[in-house]
Design a protein. Structure first.
Length: 213
């Protein structure tokens, strides 16, 4: 099969994992193409949209037989942006991952597989992203290995939505305890959107790491 993988976000954590995924798919006999811009998508069998800030037009979606998104929520719950982070901020440690068909209506396509990631509640951003990336790769390979003997199912139930997160959402409340804000410290990115607080007219940056055992 001709398989295309799209990640058009330069800062996506998945860039650290995509080479391994491509190598695995090639070893299984597939022709694999990696795109960092939706304009580079060509005709083929499967398009995996693993990271994009753009909604693909119908003309682009029509180039491949299937267009697949892997989304970190139990759709139709948790549509929208940064759903895994929002769930952790809500205190959840069981995070569902869904692979589904991309259509013009965002996060509304047919579902193929749903699986879950179990956290213990101590993982920081790098560990969270590592588990997420490995589950994404697992679902991509599961779809490829099952295809074409696979059938999607319509999303049922009321959809819920999460808003996009911004660097300002990493602000700590100096009047709250570390314990109360630990989940926020777990999901901040030390490089792109570190934790910070404001005090006496100044902004202070905090970075969090685990001490190696």
């Amino acid at each position: 099969m001709k398989i295309t993988i799209l990640i058009d976000m330069a800062d996506s954590f998945l860039h650290d994992y995509v080479a391994g995924l491509i190598e695995t798919l090639k070893k299984r006999g597939h022709n694999v193409y990696f795109c960092e811009d939706h304009n580079g998508i060509g005709a083929g069998d499967l398009l995996f949209i693993l990271g994009t800030r753009k909604i693909l037009a119908s003309e682009t979606l029509n180039l491949n037989k299937h267009n697949l998104v892997v989304h970190p929520s139990k759709l139709p719950e948790g549509r929208g942006s940064a759903s895994l982070i929002w769930k952790i901020l809500e205190g959840e440690n069981t995070i569902y991952i869904t692979i589904f068909e991309a259509i013009e209506k965002v996060d509304r396509g047919d579902i193929y597989f749903q699986d879950k990631i179990e956290f213990e509640g101590h993982e920081l951003s790098d560990e969270i992203r590592d588990k997420q990336a490995k589950k994404i790769i697992e679902l991509v390979l599961r779809f490829v290995d099952t295809y074409p003997n696979i059938k999607g199912k319509k999303q049922t139930g009321k959809g819920t939505y999460y808003p996009k997160r911004f660097p300002k959402d990493s602000e700590l409340n100096i009047d709250s305890t570390i314990r109360e804000q630990f989940n926020l410290l777990r999901v901040v990115d030390n490089k792109r959107y570190p934790a910070f607080f404001r005090y006496k007219g100044h902004k202070y940056i905090l970075k969090i790491y685990k001490e190696d055992n």
